[in-house]
Design a protein around this ligand. Structure first.
Ligand SMILES: Cc1cc2nc3c(=O)[nH]c(=O)nc-3n(C[C@H](O)[C@H](O)[C@H](O)COP(=O)(O)OP(=O)(O)OC[C@H]3O[C@@H](n4cnc5c(N)ncnc54)[C@H](O)[C@@H]3O)c2cc1C
Length: 442
């Protein structure tokens, strides 16, 4: 049995995958380009450096971020343990002392007899079994090598994400089902604006405070190809172009007469389903750089969204990732190169904990495939991790956007009142995962 592997990138995903595989008897060569080649965001040469906030988000058991952590705990996640050992007081969140956390991970990796940490930038795809975990700031040379192998259309350099709201928080006395000109099966939900409501919404967008982009992101946003890619223009920028821009663009009401009145609203915000159960909807065209708190305030001005529950906020970031659903086979390796796996943000998840989770999942899949000679049985679809796996291999007509932990990913629970929904989703996930572990663990 050949248990040798090369991992590119000693970030969150690469470090977790290395520790998992080394612990299962693999010989791991872990390549990290820092300090010789730095990314625009990292400041040290440490493994698993947190580049921005020091929070791994909520620990609360009734949140999706909390559920993901509980799933990781059941699956013996290494970096989560280290995070907990180096936690600082942060209420319900798991925040860490970033230096102590990264030092602890680096020491564990450096001292592990099965891991060789090599400080070198990888500029082509290595031979043998490989995990690419170069993260959202994967070096240009490696991106270029991938473009040559996989085609430019499958590599993305930024993400532009619209907020997602839960279906049961919408006011259905206002929001109506309809596809434009009745083409399609009333797939969209529609929020009708009066003139006054529209003007208030546009004004709120125009005045909303943006999050501060990093300097290297500002460079990206100045880039001509990015600026003219209208699908990714922040909604607040469109609002600033003129009071009618949205009404003649993404909020145009033509073909969207309200079936209850027969009249065409002044403008319409369309909501598109995020999953087959239609429990979560994204606000079409509302990719945004507004601060999270501001987003809540501004988007709740949309008629029918006054009590909206935000499962995920919108964002626009510099982010290198692959069009995984088009490129990956069921075991999350590249169809074109079956010995190459992706992990972390590069594979199409977003967030610290999500990246760690993908490092763990990929390590489990690879180890299982070599030890047992077959594909690991998929994690339950009721778990966040199981849904990451599914999302990364399920093609969709929309541009693939990175996925993070949110309850909108999980299949609906029938006949549960809204008050208990989250707790029940968490209980179901953990119960199913425990059964899966009993059945599938070697
Ligand atoms: C500026 C910025 C801020 C962010 N802030 C947050 C936040 O506050 N909260 C949050 O949850 N998420 C945040 N993210 C998103 C994401 O969670 C983090 O980027 C996370 O570190 C991703 O983990 P990863 O393992 O995929 O990549 P990384 O942790 O970035 O690890 C990738 C590693 O690969 C190395 N590498 C790259 N190319 C090569 C190569 N060719 N050869 C060798 N080594 C290479 C890099 O040096 C790096 O160490 C942020 C992302 C960015 C870019």
């Amino acid at each position: 049995m050949n248990k040798e592997i090369t991992i590119v990138g000693a970030g969150l995903a690469g470090s977790e995958a290395a520790l998992q595989l080394a612990g299962r008897g693999w010989q791991v060569k872990l390549y990290e380009m820092r300090p010789h080649t730095m990314t625009p965001a990292h400041e040290t040469d440490r493994c698993a450096e947190l580049v921005c906030s020091n929070s791994l988000k909520s620990l609360r058991t009734d949140t999706a971020a909390g559920l993901l952590k509980q799933e990781l705990k059941l699956l013996d996640c290494k970096l989560l343990d280290i995070a907990q050992d180096n936690a600082v007081a942060a209420g319900h969140a798991l925040a860490v002392d970033r230096d102590a956390f990264a030092i602890a991970v680096t020491e564990l990796i450096e001292q592990h007899p099965n891991i060789t940490l090599l400080r070198q930038e990888i500029t082509g795809i290595p031979e043998g079994k490989v995990i690419l975990a170069g993260g959202p700031l994967t070096s240009d040379a490696l991106m270029q090598a991938l473009i040559e192998k996989l085609g430019e259309q499958h590599l993305y350099f930024f993400d532009a994400i619209a907020p997602i709201v839960s279906a049961d928080s919408l006011d259905r006395s206002i929001v109506f089902d309809k596809s434009r000109y009745d083409k399609g099966e009333a797939d969209y939900l529609n929020c009708p604006f009066t003139k006054e409501e529209y003007l208030q919404f546009v004004e709120a967008l125009q005045n909303g405070e943006k999050h501060t982009a990093h300097e290297f992101e500002n460079e990206l946003f100045q880039d001509v190809s990015f600026r003219f890619y209208e699908n990714c223009m922040p909604v607040e920028e469109l609002a600033r172009r003129g009071v009618d821009t949205l009404r003649f663009g993404v909020l145009r009401p033509v073909g969207l007469e309200d079936p209850r009145t027969g009249r065409r609203p002044y403008a319409v915000m369309q909501l598109r389903s995020e999953n087959q159960d239609r429990t979560a909807f994204n606000l079409v065209g509302c990719q945004t750089m507004l601060r999270y708190g501001v987003q809540k305030e501004v988007f709740r001005k949309i008629p029918g969204l006054q009590d909206a529950e935000f499962l995920r906020y919108g964002s626009i970031h510099r982010n290198s990732y692959l069009n995984s659903p088009a490129l990956l086979s069921d075991n999350l390796s590249l169809k074109q190169m079956p010995d190459v796996w992706l992990a972390g943000q590069f594979s199409g998840v977003e967030g610290y904990t999500e990246s760690i989770a993908m490092g763990l999942l990929i390590a489990m899949i690879i180890d299982h495939s070599v030890t047992h000679g077959d594909v690991l049985f998929p994690l339950p679809e009721t778990t966040i991790l199981g849904q990451f796996w599914r999302r990364l291999i399920t093609p969709s007509e929309q541009r693939f956007q990175p996925v993070n932990a949110n309850f909108g990913l999980l299949p609906e629970l029938i006949n549960i009142d809204r008050k208990n929904k989250k707790t029940e989703l968490v209980n179901r996930a953990l119960e199913h995962l425990s059964v899966w572990i009993k059945t599938n663990r070697e």
